[in-house]
Design a protein around this ligand. Structure first.
Ligand code: DNO
Length: 398
């Protein structure tokens, strides 16, 4: 019977969710990174081997790296980008030599994923992550003070943003600011608003076409090294999947995916299919995208969002919300079946339940440094998807 490989994200030895916890959730592998190494620097073979041994000692495998971060120098093709690309290539070789075969990364300018609320209360008392364009407008207008930001919002949104911002006290403003500018997975960058302004300035003159050009250069440099090292790249979609801060975002739609696949034709140039990131955009037909681009998917993040009419969304339970998780899992199992039939060695796709709600005991704990990555909420999502895929595979004889 066909089943996806079950994994959990792990933020390394400092993560309060331990490898032993993850094993008890039933995972075969973890997805992790060497978060202690600064963006752009080299990962030595020794450091990789040490981390791998730690995971294997708990009876699991290191399924994929998330992420080997792409530095802002690489994305903007300025500063130290040539050295960073050489380091990236050497890191790929070292990962390949240690048998770690999948690298997740993103090409989002300046910020990684963005939410405006980390503790949005649901009707049952659990909490989830939420993005509200009105709150983001408040950040842009009153904290970042980005020139021209008004043009990205409607009159009604601007009004609502003003009253939202006025409703916050000084401590709330501070927390709100940190939530937006310093949520880089597994690492506290310590960025200030001025840092973000400086980073934004580096994108002067970089439009969509130029960012795609820079991305193409990156792929041309790293994909041949992947092919020679037995490593496959998996680009993570933009989250949310549209332009923010006036910056181009180029991994948001099916057209973007087609462009990326065509930029460099190789199985090593693949996708991390994140249903949660892609779903705030209603026209992203997720099962259809899996059907059409599944051959280039190298790993999956499974979660759902609930879209609202005002453009806001929150992270729904894994089997609820705007994502048809039944259709998604069915499409993935069918893709695995096609792969197996054609003799592909990488027929089995791995997924992690991306994010989970803060619920039960986790509500009593301090806000985790990695919002969305509580153990219990993710375990709930993993278990639900586990049951769903078992049911589909049995019923359809997959
Ligand atoms: C959010 C994550 C992303 C992802 C990176 C990949 O929870 O899915 O931060 O890890 O964008 O580079």
């Amino acid at each position: 019977m066909l089943q996806m490989k079950e994994t959990f994200r792990w933020f390394g030895p400092n993560d309060s969710v331990t490898l032993a916890d993850i094993r008890q959730c039933g995972c075969a592998g973890v997805i992790t990174s060497l978060h202690q190494i600064p963006y752009g620097e080299l990962w030595s073979r020794e450091a990789i081997a040490e981390r791998k041994a730690m995971i294997e000692a708990h009876g699991m495998e290191w399924t994929a790296v998330e992420s080997v971060p792409v530095s802002e120098d690489i994305r903007t093709r300025s500063g130290d980008f040539e050295r960073h690309i050489e380091n990236y290539k050497e890191t790929i070789r070292n990962l390949g030599a240690e048998g770690v075969e999948i690298i997740i990364y993103n090409f989002m300018p300046v910020l990684d994923w963005v939410r405006t609320n980390f503790a949005y209360k649901l009707e049952d008392g659990s909490e989830c992550l939420r993005f509200d364009p009105v709150h983001f407008a408040a950040f842009e207008l009153y904290i970042l003070k980005r020139a021209g930001a008004e043009a990205d919002y409607t009159e009604a949104q601007l009004k609502a943003a003003e009253s939202y911002f006025q409703s916050l006290n000084a401590n709330q403003v501070k927390a709100f600011e940190r939530n937006i500018i310093d949520v880089f997975p597994g690492v506290d960058m310590g960025f200030t608003v001025d840092d973000i302004r400086r980073m934004l300035n580096r994108y002067d003159g970089i439009d969509r076409a130029q960012l795609k050009e820079n991305y193409k250069h990156f792929l041309e440099a790293v994909i041949p090294v992947c092919e020679a090292s037995g490593v496959r790249m998996a680009v993570h979609p933009d989250d949310p999947p549209y332009s923010i801060l006036g910056l181009p975002r180029i991994v948001s739609t099916e057209e973007d995916i087609r462009d990326i696949v065509e930029m460099y034709d190789s199985p090593a140039n693949g996708l991390c299919f994140c249903t949660g990131s892609l779903s705030p955009r209603a026209e992203n037909d997720l099962p259809g995208m899996i059907e059409r681009w599944g051959h280039r998917i190298n790993v999956m993040h499974l979660r759902s969002t609930q879209r609202n009419a005002d453009g806001s969304f929150y992270e729904a339970r894994h089997l609820e919300g705007s994502v048809d998780m039944y259709a998604v899992v069915k499409a993935v199992l069918e893709e695995m079946k096609r792969r197996k039939a054609s003799g592909r060695k990488d027929w089995q796709l791995a997924f992690r339940p991306d994010h989970g709600h803060t619920m039960l005991d986790d509500l009593q704990k301090p806000m985790p440094p990695n919002p969305g990555y509580t153990c219990i909420g993710r375990m709930r999502g993993l278990s639900e998807i586990r049951g769903l895929q078992l049911g589909i595979a049995r019923a359809l004889n997959l």
